[in-house]
Ligand binder design. Structure first.
Ligand SMILES: [Zn+2]
Length: 269
């Protein structure tokens, strides 16, 4: 079985290695983007139908999530268009939701469907902190980390089957893999951890995106320290689940803050 997986890996890697426009890193992406978008939309609507959404107009928290999300989306669109890379956000039709859930979690599915859980807001208590964490989740999506994780999981568990075929043969498992790959699975009993490399990329580019939108990236250090404290003794959300040392990560975040400050213009807010 391992030989077979290795063979498939080598065969597909020739055809499916792509350089991500945001990070410049080559990735093995086996899952067809159109199929992934389709599954993503289904799972997104399914999630919203099963969870309590905080509706617009009734909550200052919901207004905060929408305000910060829209500013991030606008700044990202302007930046990559000016860079001559409009394809980065071509398939993104942004939506920002707040759902009632005690867990300190958030995620962004392909196509820019963002969900923040109410349990995150006491930790991300100001807009700069909220922009740091939403920027982090959006960066995971723009860097195609979900597809990368989904590809690895499908290769290991389904022998590299196409997504459309896997959905017919093993629909439940395939949907679970998707939810886990996008960090939605933490409420369903486990996530596939993002790799350390993916987390650092999300930290780095998420901070640049927050800064572009006029949010102070310096807030990241305070925010991640608060998250680390919050996560002690709890089952961790995706962004803390893979880190051997929170302190090491925060040291790295300090370096990224210096870089992100070059993009920071408070007037953009
Ligand atoms: Zn993360």
């Amino acid at each position: 079985m391992r030989d077979l997986v290795l063979f498939i890996l080598i065969s597909v890697s020739v055809a499916s290695c792509q350089k991500n426009v945001v990070t410049g890193r080559s990735q093995l992406l086996l899952v067809d983007e159109v199929e992934l978008q389709k599954l993503s939309l289904q799972q997104y609507h399914d999630f919203l139908s099963k969870n309590k959404i905080v509706g617009p107009g009734f909550s200052t928290d919901q207004a905060r999530v929408e305000r910060v999300g829209k500013r991030l989306a606008h700044a990202i669109g302007v930046y990559y268009t000016n860079q001559g890379k409009p394809e980065v956000v071509k398939d993104f039709h942004w939506e920002f939701n707040l759902v009632e859930n005690k867990e300190a979690n958030a995620w962004c599915m392909p196509g820019g469907k963002v969900v923040v859980y109410t349990g995150l807001l006491p930790i991300a208590s100001n807009d700069d902190a909220l922009a740091v964490v939403m920027g982090h989740e959006i960066a995971h999506a723009l860097a195609d980390h979900g597809n990368e994780r989904m590809s690895q999981a499908m290769l290991q568990q389904l022998g590299g089957e196409a997504l459309s075929v896997a959905l017919i043969n093993k629909p439940g498992l395939t949907r679970d893999l998707f939810l886990q790959a996008y960090g939605v699975g933490s409420t369903l009993g486990g996530t596939l951890p993002f790799s350390r490399k993916q987390e650092l990329e999300a930290d780095r580019y998420g901070l640049i995106m927050a800064a572009l939108a006029g949010y102070d990236p310096s807030e990241a250090v305070v925010f991640w320290q608060a998250m680390a404290k919050h996560a002690e003794g709890r089952s961790s959300p995706e962004w803390l689940s893979t880190h051997p040392s929170d302190e090491k990560r925060i040291e790295q975040v300090r370096i990224y803050v210096v870089e992100a400050k070059k993009y920071y213009n408070p007037k953009n807010q």
